[in-house]
Design a protein around this ligand. Structure first.
Ligand SMILES: [Zn+2]
Length: 283
């Protein structure tokens, strides 16, 4: 019975994924037909397929939503689905112009097959520089395909990024479900050496199974709640499993670099605990 339910859920996830993939492909295909602008072919420095990456990301996002909603663990099957969603979107994007374009009142689709059209389209790709003042001309077979493969890689990387993002969400293996976030507490300081000592104290409280004492210790001793003027941060996120109620604590420190907070490697502490956790921070 449980096997049946799992297969059932996977079908729902697949439906979400296929819908997002179709919507992404059709939307981008129609934009290309009506505006002549192919978003998916947008590249940085002619080699980094940013547009394709974003398109693949959009196509795989439905699987993300479905997997979260139906609590499907990010395993190989999900990854394969996300990659195939991204690659299908690539094909759909090319299929829309094939389906809609006319030459002298004759629809392309009535004259040649899709695969022949795709082959011609890829070989005849020409890259235009800004404002069309210069162009590479037609890329031809080799470079045309190299360019198409680059785009496909972009689509796949987009799908893979969504998978990696999904994999970051803590999961309860016992109940086969994603944990629910219950709180977040951040403290800011500029006293690096003191912070290192405090992290040791914090970790020893966790080792002693005094999780709420550790949470209170971070709130009261490890800095202030206001970030202004500080470049070090410690952060606790608490989660709970909606199934068995087990609690999850995720601690990490980060450093301000420019305008971004960068996690400091090796400072993350993750534990599961039966103790009911009550963070005092804002959620
Ligand atoms: Zn559980």
């Amino acid at each position: 019975m449980s096997e049946y339910i799992r297969a059932d859920k996977q079908l729902f996830v697949a439906a979400f994924g296929i819908t997002a993939s179709l919507l992404t492909g059709i939307t981008l295909g129609l934009i290309e037909v009506y505006s002549g602008f192919a978003i998916y072919s947008w590249m940085f420095w002619f080699v980094i397929p940013v547009g394709a990456f974003l398109s693949g990301f959009g196509a795989a996002s439905g699987y993300y939503a479905g997997a979260m909603l139906f609590h499907q663990k990010p395993v190989g099957g999900v990854l394969l689905n996300m990659l195939s969603a991204s690659i299908s979107a690539f094909l759909i994007i090319h299929y829309i112009p094939y389906f809609m374009f006319e030459i002298d009142g004759i629809r392309i689709k009535e004259v040649i097959s899709f695969w022949i059209y795709l082959d011609i389209d890829i070989k005849n790709t020409s890259l235009s520089f800004l404002r069309g003042s210069a162009s590479t001309g037609e890329l031809g077979g080799f470079w045309g395909y190299a360019y198409a493969i680059l785009q496909l890689i972009g689509f796949s990387v987009g799908g893979f990024a969504v998978f990696a993002w999904l994999s970051q969400n803590p999961y309860c293996d016992n109940c086969s479900c994603y944990l629910k976030k219950t709180g977040k507490q951040e403290r800011y300081t500029s006293e690096g050496e003191i912070l290192i000592e405090q992290i040791k104290e914090f970790a020893s409280l966790l080792d002693a199974q005094q999780c709420n004492d550790a949470i209170r210790y971070q709130a009261e001793n490890m800095g202030v709640a206001n970030s202004s003027g500080h470049y070090l941060k410690s952060r606790i996120i608490t989660r709970t499993c909606p199934g068995c109620g087990i609690n999850h604590l995720d601690f990490i420190t980060a450093k301000l670099s420019g305008d971004d907070w960068k996690d400091i490697d090796g400072t993350e502490i993750i534990i599961f605990t039966k103790e009911q956790l009550n963070p005092v921070g804002k959620t």
